[in-house]
Design a protein around this ligand. Structure first.
Ligand code: TRP
Ligand code: SF4
Length: 403
């Protein structure tokens, strides 16, 4: 383990701009972000360079979709005062870090990432035998490490990318975390903690290194965490010194697995643009109504008088998300006894989706009418992000010997 708890609280996540966000995003990723923004320092960004790895032959849509995506986030309730929102390509430090990390990343690590072959198979019509596509997960590592983020909310399919990031960070720290006078600097830093704390630190370090007591490591880390009198550089040295290696420059992040969205598509499959079964966040009321009214239902209910089975009906899955206990009981009983029709059954779902989407749509309209506000949110976010990423790159260059 090679973690640095002092930065562990920061959250970073990105989304590729691949078109309008829909209810699947809202009930998966976005609800998760909305919670995190109040408990953690959050950085959320539009991964437009990542989109380029697969859309390099169709770049016209990217700039527009980046702004549209930020509008969707804002409309869903992501708050620019609680989280930093930015666009990847506006922070060139990501590219510099990607390049530097590429020097130390064995090819085999990238070739083994499961998404590499999976996506190539899945997107057969595209030529993904490119250098950029192979580097996709390493660019993601640079995204994460540029902010020394401790937590990365991602879906199941992205966990391997966070795993790779941990390996790359470990390798980086191993190669470049060794200052020639590390030991002396660490000892000097210990003495700056004051007599009592220095003694505690030494004791716990010894217990961890000699007895392997994980608890002693945690105590020492918490102790370091609470030190006000030593510099960040000294803290990083002492976190590294605890575990026996050099200074930790790039802390290893952790994946925060986002629960898969329970939101099904209109046809009962996963909601996804490629299945053409979505309701977008800004869909107008008439269109939502029409889409739900024409949703398929239990195929056994051919006539109004045929009883149905909610378990075989996609509309029922919507009830499970949107309806109260009472409404569900009404729908279930009405369905199995054929006392209600499918259109009756769909009505409360139509209303509930509208209650959810109406304020989102309204906010989106406000932002659409006030492009300047959106642009200034993005601009400020990019500047904030850049300040953090610049600091990291200063550390990184210095460690490599490029400064
Ligand atoms: N690869 C992610 C996806 O396809 C998007 C992404 C890019 C990302 N960089 C990231 C997610 C950094 C988390 C952290 O969904
Ligand atoms: Fe589905 Fe409701 Fe129709 Fe039953 S009554 S088949 S649950 S839409």
């Amino acid at each position: 383990m090679n973690t640095n708890p002092s930065q562990n609280n920061r959250v970073l996540s990105g989304m590729r701009p691949t078109g309008k966000l829909h209810l699947g995003h809202l009930h998966g990723v976005l609800h998760n972000w909305l919670e995190l923004q109040h408990t953690h320092e959050c950085f959320f960004f539009v991964a437009d360079w990542h989109a380029l790895t697969t859309e390099y032959d169709n770049t016209k849509i990217i700039p527009g979709s980046s702004t549209e995506m930020v509008i969707d986030w804002l409309s869903a309730g992501v708050s620019p005062s609680a989280a930093t929102l930015f666009i990847q390509s506006h922070v060139p430090e990501h590219a510099e870090l990607h390049l530097l990390l590429s020097m130390i990343t064995p090819l085999g690590w990238l070739e083994r990432v499961p998404t590499y072959k999976d996506q190539q198979d899945k997107l057969k019509e595209k030529d993904l035998a490119t250098y950029g596509f192979l580097g996709y997960p390493l660019l993601q590592s640079a995204d994460i490490l540029a902010y020394k983020a401790g937590n990365v909310p991602v879906g199941e399919d992205q966990v391997a990318h966070v795993e790779l990031t941990r390996e790359v960070a470990r390798r980086f720290n191993f190669l470049y975390g060794k200052e020639p006078d590390f030991e002396e600097k660490a000892k000097l830093a210990i003495s700056k903690m004051g007599k009592k704390n220095a003694k505690l630190y030494r004791e716990h370090r010894k217990r961890y290194q000699e007895q392997g007591e994980a608890e002693a490591l945690e105590v020492a880390q918490a102790l370091l965490e609470s030190q006000q009198n030593i510099s960040i550089g000294d803290k990083e040295r002492l976190f590294g010194y605890l575990e026996g290696q050099g200074k930790i420059i790039l802390p290893e992040p952790q994946a925060l697995l986002t629960k898969a969205s329970k939101m099904p598509g209109l046809d009962g499959q996963k909601m996804s643009k490629s299945y053409n079964n979505t309701i977008s966040l800004r869909e107008d009321a008439q269109s939502v109504e029409k889409k739900i009214r024409t949703m398929p239902t239990d195929p056994a209910r051919v006539k109004r008088t045929d009883p149905g089975n909610p378990e075989k009906c996609p509309v029922w899955q919507f009830h499970e998300i949107y309806s109260s206990e009472d409404t569900r009981t009404w729908a279930r009983e009405g369905c199995t006894s054929a006392s209600i029709g499918c259109i009756d059954c769909k009505q409360p779902v139509i209303e509930a989706v509208e209650v959810e989407l109406q304020p989102i749509r309204e906010r989106a309209n406000e932002y659409l009418e006030d492009e300047a506000t959106v642009q200034s949110i993005i601009k400020e976010g990019c500047e904030e992000a850049r300040d953090v990423a610049r600091d990291t790159l200063d550390d990184v260059r210095e460690a490599i010997g490029l400064s």
